[in-house]
Design a protein around this ligand. Structure first.
Ligand code: SF4
Length: 294
């Protein structure tokens, strides 16, 4: 009985259900781990930066704007948004998100260590053309936040019998409370990870930055590979982007707040960045709070 690859999803429902129920234990183990997580530890936060990104498809960018994807696939230079147009508030949110990622990845590693080898956690699982398959076909360069591997011993040899991808997302309190399922762009991002890494299951772990609540490893946060999404939406999108990159044609701009941190705004020049009503992002507490009382 195993659920290690996407093709393993084609098995009788009763055996598959047993394995999915096993995967659903991850959140309970994490909760129990945190109750007794009292020893000292440290972790490092690594931030790659825009400039180090290679040409190609990056999973976190596939839902935003096809023009951005086209620039990336054709290897256009990535340059930080001009400071007078940059979204400083969003960059601060990214910094906090990166710190939470490192914290949770560290916790999952230590949780698995306590499970005595029954489950291992592999963080920042790299996806690049060297992987072959989907990654080579579409020129994907990304990394998945993590993969859990469940092990069983057979004749003295440890064999994997279950694999679950892991994606961490941070949300503000109000955004977290509104969640009823993973966001559409996160479903697309994780679908690409699953296709490239041949993962049958994925757990999207939303972390509430206001009160440290998180989403359990149960549906809808834990889900199976969505073949329909992959075949009817993502593959055609990647095909069109590669076609555009080859012909030099740029798809229409899909402007939005995301232009404020797009590394191609220097060449794309979207109108939104110079729109008079845009104004700076609110990053400071109202200065009225600092007034000296007389
Ligand atoms: S600046 Fe905006 S519209 Fe232009 S490529 Fe980037 S995200 Fe798309």
């Amino acid at each position: 009985m195993r659920l290690v690859t996407i093709s393993d999803l084609e098995q009788p429902q009763h055996t598959k259900s047993l394995l999915i129920e096993r995967a659903m234990q991850l959140g309970k183990w994490y909760h129990e781990f945190k109750k007794t997580d009292t020893e000292g530890y440290e972790y490092t936060v690594r931030i790659g930066g825009d400039r180090t990104r290679k040409p190609g498809i990056h999973a976190s960018e596939i839902s935003r704007c096809s023009r951005l994807l086209t620039y990336s696939v054709r290897g256009e230079q990535r340059i930080a948004t001009e400071s007078n147009h940059a979204d400083a508030n969003m960059r601060m949110r990214f910094s906090l998100g990166n710190a939470v990622h490192a914290m949770v990845q560290n916790e999952m590693r230590r949780m698995c260590a306590r499970l005595g080898g029954a489950v291992s956690f592999h963080d920042e699982v790299k996806i690049s053309w060297e992987l072959g398959g989907v990654a080579a076909q579409w020129g994907v360069d990304s990394s998945c936040d993590g993969v859990f591997v469940f092990w069983i011993e057979v004749d003295g040899e440890a064999l994997p019998y279950l694999r679950v991808g892991f994606e961490i997302k941070t949300k503000s309190g109000p955004e977290f409370e509104k969640l009823v399922k993973p966001d559409d762009d996160h479903m697309e991002q994780t679908c690409l990870y699953m296709a490239a890494l041949d993962l049958p299951l994925m757990w999207v772990f939303y972390y509430n930055k206001s009160n440290s609540n998180w989403t359990s490893s149960e549906p809808p946060w834990l889900f199976q590979f969505d073949r329909h999404l992959w075949e009817t939406t993502l593959q055609p999108r990647f095909g069109a982007v590669h076609q555009n990159a080859q012909t030099g044609e740029l798809p229409p701009r899909q402007e939005g707040r995301h232009c404020g941190w797009c590394p191609y705004s220097w060449t794309c020049k979207p109108a939104i960045l110079t729109a008079p009503q845009r104004g700076p992002s609110p990053v400071l507490k109202n200065p009225g709070a600092l007034r000296v009382l007389r």
